[in-house]
Design a protein around this ligand. Structure first.
Ligand code: GDP
Ligand code: IMO
Ligand code: MG
Length: 430
């Protein structure tokens, strides 16, 4: 069976962790393929909340193997902390770690100097992009610059030291440029040496493991991070992250061919949110936005920042469907909209010259001079958080889902009606 991709179709935080955790009950393997610990994926099982930044969201299922591909940028201290916390909960046995969690030996390391540079640049720009400050951008710059330090260097402190020594002078020049203290090789080595014993036993070759699993006809889920509109090339540049968040990244970030992929599931909230800088054309504003933020608990899982909230943007979703080749949609957080109606939904944009488009204009300079075209729908007042089958949902929710499918151009096969694993409804496939 070909692999199943689960990726964000908006600006991140669509509920990827929750949906992957739900589907992982019947999956053999879950793979993270891009991003780093800028991601925060929330899983709620039996009322207990787990937030994962690097470890794939299948880890709560004892039989599911979790793989971190070479396209991910890896902060060793964060990974070590996450792994130890899972071990303390009995979810990982570090005496035999490769059974449950394998991390690509090619994945690029995030060094302390990457974090310093990320934060220095944000400070100079007045927080324009609003990055998570985790060093993601500078680490990916080094990947593209062919000078990143691969995770396998953690196996050999001398190799690690030499690689860091080779790239540090240029980084120190940049730090000095930003008026920040320069750093020493030993300063950068210390956290790596401390994390290495927890990480080295996890290192392996992820691409071949995925291919072997698919050859055995196992179910493999690919778990995206961030969302389509944060793609470094296809998103609302420059207000984006530094990796590709769209379908192509599944292949490059794992090391497999496109023929290995089957279903492409795009995740969307029933409204939109954005954390960090950049345009959000359908922003709700005022008390209603505050109310939705409070009901939906829209605060960043990584940074705790309040997320801006907007009406569902189906023109953006239509773009995401086309760009990713999305074959089906998962719509989460429908429960949050109970009692909010009438609801507005963006179905297109009107440009400054009066012309209309069904897809969101993606460049901020074009987006900022375009206005959303709204349709108003009644909404619903019934509580739906206890629904467990599509048939349990009221007629008006079905109509909302039909509108989404119609305008975005893909069927809705999964919906979320609450944060808990069980509050995920999967349409029977027929
Ligand atoms: P991710 O980054 O895409 O994994 O999403 P996050 O975990 O950052 O943010 C999604 C938030 O919404 C988390 O707090 C989830 O627990 C919560 N959540 C996910 N699905 C639903 C849903 O259907 N309803 C409600 N009310 N909350 C949800
Ligand atoms: P998950 O996987 C939402 C945003 C940041 C910022 C921009 C660049 O949980 O959906 P970066 O630190 O990546 O250089 O920041 O991208 N961002 C996210 N927003 N969810 C995420 O991940 C995000 N990861 C990065 O807020 O605007
Ligand atoms: Mg998140």
């Amino acid at each position: 069976m070909p692999g199943i991709v689960i990726l964000g179709a908006q600006w991140g935080d669509e509920g990827k962790g929750k949906v992957v955790d739900h589907l992982a009950a019947s999956a053999d393997v879950v793979v993270r393929y891009q991003g780093g610990n800028n991601a925060g994926h929330t899983l709620v099982v039996g009322g207990q909340k787990t937030v994962l930044h690097l470890v794939p969201s299948g880890i709560l299922h004892p039989k599911t193997r979790c793989l971190v591909g070479p396209g991910v940028v890896l902060d060793p201290a964060v990974l070590a902390r996450e792994v130890k916390a899972l071990e303390a909960r009995g979810l990982l046995d570090l005496r035999n770690p490769g059974e449950r969690l394998v991390v690509s030996q090619h994945a690029a390391l995030i060094l302390d100097v990457h974090r310093e540079l990320d934060q220095a640049r944000e400070a100079v720009a007045g927080g324009r992009i609003g990055t998570t400050g985790r060093g993601i951008g500078p680490a990916y710059e080094d990947v593209a610059g062919r000078r990143s330090v691969p995770a396998r260097a953690l196996k050999d402190p001398e190799d690690l030291r030499a690689r860091i020594a080779a790239i540090l002078p240029e980084k120190n020049a940049l730090l000095a440029h930003y008026g920040r203290p320069t750093m020493t090789v030993e300063q950068l080595m210390a956290p790596l040496l401390e994390a290495a014993p927890a990480i080295v036993p996890l290192l392996g070759k992820v691409g071949p493991l995925v291919e072997a699993a698919l050859d055995r006809d196992e179910t493999v889920l690919f778990e995206g991070a961030q969302g389509t509109l944060l793609d470094v090339l296809h998103g609302t540049v420059p207000y984006v992250t530094s990796s590709h968040t769209t379908t192509g990244a599944v292949c490059t970030g794992t090391g497999i061919g496109p023929g290995r992929l089957g279903r492409i599931v795009g995740l969307a909230k029933a409204y939109v949110t954005r954390v960090g800088g950049g345009p959000l054309p359908t922003a709700i504003g005022g008390e209603l936005e505050d109310r939705i933020r409070a009901i939906g608990q829209e605060f960043g899982a990584t940074t705790g920042r309040p997320r801006r909230c907007g009406w569902l943007d189906l023109a953006a979703l239509r773009y995401a469907v086309r760009l990713n080749g999305i074959t089906e949609l998962a719509v989460t957080k429908l429960d949050v909209l109970t009692g909010i109606g009438p609801l507005r939904v963006c179905v297109g944009y009107r440009r400054a010259d009066g012309s209309e488009t069904e897809e969101m204009p993606i460049f901020p300079e074009e987006l900022e001079t375009s206005a959303p075209i709204y349709r108003t729908v009644a909404g619903w007042d019934e509580p739906i958080h206890l629904a467990r089958r599509f048939e349990d949902l009221p007629r008006s929710v079905h109509e909302y889902l039909e509108l989404i499918a119609d305008v975005a151009g893909a069927p809705v096969t999964i919906v979320g009606v609450g944060p808990d694993r069980e509050a995920t409804l999967v349409r029977a496939r027929g």
